[in-house]
Design a protein around this ligand. Structure first.
Ligand SMILES: [Zn+2]
Length: 85
């Protein structure tokens, strides 16, 4: 009866709730498997913000407040060569 449930995929992240920095309502996001910041579209106000995984959870940033390391687009440019993991 031992059905092999290989659920041990690395970096499985469940959906999480996060507070939208614009309308302050919680919205559901699916964080990236690694600590990469991602863009999230708020399901309440429709604005786009950045969700970044931190050690204690997930942090929401307004796009205009994000540093270049938290902005998924700019980060790729800035980090293009030296990805430190
Ligand atoms: Zn919102």
């Amino acid at each position: 009866m031992a059905k092999s449930n290989e659920q041990s995929q690395k970096g499985v992240i469940l959906e999480g709730k996060i507070e939208c920095p614009y309308c302050l309502r919680s919205t559901l996001i699916q964080p990236a498997a690694d600590y990469r910041p991602i863009y999230v579209n708020c399901t309440v106000c429709g604005k786009r913000f950045i969700a970044e995984r931190i050690q204690s959870g997930i942090e929401a940033l307004k796009v205009e407040d994000a540093s270049c390391f938290s902005d998924p687009d700019r980060r790729e440019i800035e980090m293009g060569m030296g990805d430190e993991e």
